[in-house]
Design a protein around this ligand. Structure first.
Ligand code: NDP
Ligand code: KPL
Length: 335
């Protein structure tokens, strides 16, 4: 099977190296990493320090050059999907499966079999201007919840911090042949890839942590365990989760864990910097709209007040603006 991985970053690199080592034909659609991968493949440093060097992976900057693939793993950040949406058509044939691997509320949330009064609703925060929905038919899409924590340490090198689970689910909840086959393929490459009949509930459970810990970490520069152990930030995270739970409940989603258990799970990850804090420190744009703005949008849609989430979102928007200005100044100075 041919697998195209769009985005050769922390998650894409993790998947690509393991899949290639399991015998899959892997091509990265890469940008800043493309030359490094072409020159010397991709390296993965596993959780236990074992290093895997995959020289069989290919890399190109052009989706047109790559052509249609059996499986497309979409591993760019949520705000990076819109700008490439029109180009994705080059990778997609009639039976291509596209796996969305972003944190946050996905652009297809109300599509692909979501019934009820909101069926078909487009979310501006997840898909600004509807660019993704206009270009990518949800019939190709399988949803995924990304649990591992990984970091791109150098161009072409990814380090696993912890985890190897990628939850999978059809948008209509069916246990289709294609989702079961994908799960097996990921399993052969050493991942845990359970298939769920309610991918939206699984996404909410992950998002509970991302919508609270990620912005709190970006604002305070604290790690996951520090946020969970400091009573005031633990309380703010819990309040944000409570607001999100009300929204999810109103959309028909229930959580299989309680808030305290979810916070305890995050605390166990340890002194880890969330991806949003890593982006702030590296001066990269942050995934604010998909992780936090989208929950506020769903709050408005369901008539749910979100005072704690709104407050943290406002602080984050100002931080994002200040970072953009600072980065603009650095770019002008040629830094
Ligand atoms: N890393 C983690 O531990 C976790 C991440 N996630 C989620 O997974 C998703 C991916 O995150 P992560 O892997 O960390 O992100 P990274 O920033 O490490 O990787 C994204 C990659 O996509 C590339 N990219 C962006 N736009 C393009 C483009 N137009 N063409 C080609 N390549 C492009 C970037 O290249 P360039 O360098 O040129 O910008 C970068 O290499 C996010 O939604 C994140 O929230 C979820 C759980 C944990
Ligand atoms: C912290 C982690 C790995 C899990 O909550 C994550 O999803 C992120 O950093 O964005």
């Amino acid at each position: 099977m041919s697998i195209a991985i769009v985005g050769a970053g922390a998650i894409g690199g993790f998947l690509g190296v393991r899949l290639a080592e399991a015998g899959e034909d892997v091509t990265f659609i890469a940008r800043s990493n493309a030359d490094a991968i072409r020159a010397d493949g991709m390296r993965l440093i596993e959780e236990d320090g074992t290093e895997i060097h995959s020289k069989s992976v290919k890399a190109t900057r052009s989706m047109q050059e790559a052509g249609a693939h059996d499986i497309v793993l979409l591993t760019v950040k949520a705000h990076q999907v819109g700008p490439i949406a029109a180009d994705l058509k080059h990778l997609i044939g009639p039976d291509t499966v596209v796996v969305t691997m972003q944190n946050g509320i996905p652009w297809w949330y109300f599509m692909g079999g979501h019934g009820g009064e909101h069926a078909g609703t487009r979310l501006e925060s997840a898909d600004p201007g509807g660019l993704i929905a206009d270009n990518l038919d949800p019939k190709h899409v399988i949803g995924s919840v990304v649990y591992p924590a990984t970091v791109l340490t150098d161009p072409g090198t990814v380090k696993v911090i912890e985890g190897n689970r990628f939850g999978l689910g059809e948008l209509d909840g069916s246990k289709s042949e294609r989702v079961l086959a994908l799960s097996q393929r990921l399993g052969k490459a050493g991942f845990r890839a359970p298939v769920t009949s309610d991918i939206r509930a699984e996404l909410w459970l992950k998002l509970w942590g991302n919508l609270s810990f990620n912005p709190i970490s970006a604002l305070t520069h604290a790690t996951l365990e520090d946020i969970c152990r400091f009573p005031d930030t633990r309380a703010i995270a819990a309040e944000m989760m409570r607001e999100a739970e009300t929204i999810a409940n109103r959309l028909g989603v229930t959580f299989r864990l309680g808030i305290e258990k979810r916070i305890a799970g995050a605390e166990k990850v340890g002194p880890h910097k969330t991806s949003m804090l890593q982006d702030v420190e590296a001066g990269r744009p942050i995934e604010l709209e998909a992780l936090v703005g989208s929950v506020i949008e769903l709050g408005r849609l369901t008539g749910t007040p979100t005072p704690h989430i709104d407050t943290v979102f406002a602080l984050m928007r100002l931080l994002a603006q200040s970072l953009e200005r600072a980065n603009g100044r650095l770019a002008i100075q040629g830094a």
